[in-house]
Design a protein around this ligand. Structure first.
Ligand SMILES: [Ca+2]
Ligand SMILES: [Ca+2]
Length: 276
C-alpha cells in the first residue's frame, strides 16, 4: 500500500535545500543533510493504546516518509521529555497523548516553544477518548484538567499557547470552511472523524484556520504564533493522518491520501519549522 504511488519525481538537491518543494514521492535522497532540521514524534504517552497507532512506524508512517522526502530528519521519542532531549529538535509532535505529561515535562515543552522559539504540533482527539482507562484523554491532557473541571492554575495549552480543547465530539467529512494561512495553502478539505474543536484563549497569538459547519467561533484547526517566535499548531483529530498501516483496528482506514490531509500534514510541519 505504501508503494502504490511509487512514481519518482526528478527533484534536484538544490530544490530540496531551498526548502521550497515538498512532494510525497519516494525518491531516495539523503534528506537529513538536505535541510538538517529534526522533527520529533513523541511516543512516550500511550500513543498506541487502544485503537491508536499514531507512530512513525505505524499509522503515521506515510506522513513520516513524506517529511523525510521533504528533507527532514524524523525521529521518535519513547523516554521522558526533557530540555536536553529537545535541544536538538526543531518541531515536537504530540500525537494524541493518552497518559499525562509530568509538570517537569510540561515545563520543558513550554521552554522549548516559548523561550527557544521552536515548533509544537498538538494533535488531540474527541472528549471521552481515554484509551487506557487512566482517567485522562488527550483533551484533558492538553487542557491540564479533567472533563468539566476547568482550573486556571493547572491549565496548560490554554494558558501558554492561546487555545484550549473543547470537550466535544465532532464528525464531518469533509470540513470545507478553510481559512487563508501558510498551513492551509493548497488545502481545500479536511475530515474530522470524531474529533474536538478548540476555543481561542488568546486571539493575538492563535488563529482559527478551519471550522466545522455551523460553528465559526470554535476552530477545528489552529495556528498560533507566539511573540517569542515559537509556533504552535493544533488539530482536533488524530485520524486524518492515518495511513492504514497501523497494527490495530485503525488499519482498516486510509485517510492520509484523502482530501487535503497530506498537504496539511506537510504544510503544518514546514510552518512549525519556519520553512513556510
Ligand atoms: Ca488515558
Ligand atoms: Ca478521532
Amino acid at each position: 500500500m505504501k508503494f502504490a504511488r511509487s512514481f519518482v519525481f526528478s527533484l534536484t538537491l538544490s530544490t530540496l535545500v531551498a526548502g521550497t518543494f515538498a512532494f510525497d514521492g519516494v525518491k531516495a535522497v539523503n534528506t537529513a543533510q538536505a535541510v538538517g532540521k529534526t522533527i520529533l514524534f513523541d511516543n512516550s504517552k500511550c500513543n498506541t493504546c487502544g485503537n491508536a497507532d499514531w507512530v512513525i512506524n505505524g499509522a503515521y508512517s506515510d506522513w513520516a516518509r513524506d517529511l523525510r522526502n521533504a528533507g527532514y530528519n524524523v525521529i521518535e521519542n519513547k523516554s521522558t521529555i526533557t530540555s536536553t532531549l529537545l535541544s536538538s529538535v526543531d518541531v515536537l509532535v504530540l500525537p494524541e497523548p493518552n497518559t499525562n505529561f509530568s509538570s517537569t515535562e510540561k515545563s520543558a515543552i513550554n521552554d522549548f516553544v516559548i523561550n527557544k522559539g521552536k515548533g509544537l504540533y498538538v494533535i488531540a482527539d474527541h472528549a471521552n477518548s481515554d484509551r487506557n482507562s487512566d482517567g485522562w484523554d488527550s483533551v484533558e491532557i492538553f487542557n491540564g484538567y479533567t472533563l468539566g473541571n476547568y482550573s486556571s492554575t493547572s491549565e496548560w495549552v490554554g494558558k501558554y499557547f492561546g487555545f484550549r480543547v473543547n470537550e466535544n465530539d465532532k464528525f464531518q467529512d469533509p470540513v470545507t470552511d478553510i481559512r487563508s494561512h501558510a498551513i492551509t495553502s493548497g488545502v481545500t478539505a479536511v475530515g474530522v472523524y470524531n474529533g474536538a474543536t478548540f476555543k481561542i484563549t488568546n486571539s493575538t497569538y492563535a488563529k482559527g484556520v478551519a471550522y466545522v459547519s455551523g460553528d465559526t467561533t470554535n476552530p477545528y484547526i489552529v495556528a498560533s504564533q507566539l511573540p517569542s517566535g515559537g509556533r504552535v499548531s493544533a488539530i482536533g483529530d488524530s485520524s486524518p493522518y492515518n495511513d492504514g498501516t497501523g497494527y490495530t483496528s485503525v488499519a482498516s482506514y486510509y485517510s492520509y491520501t484523502q482530501h487535503s490531509h497530506a498537504k496539511l500534514a506537510i504544510n503544518t510541519i514546514k510552518w512549525l519549522a519556519k520553512d513556510l
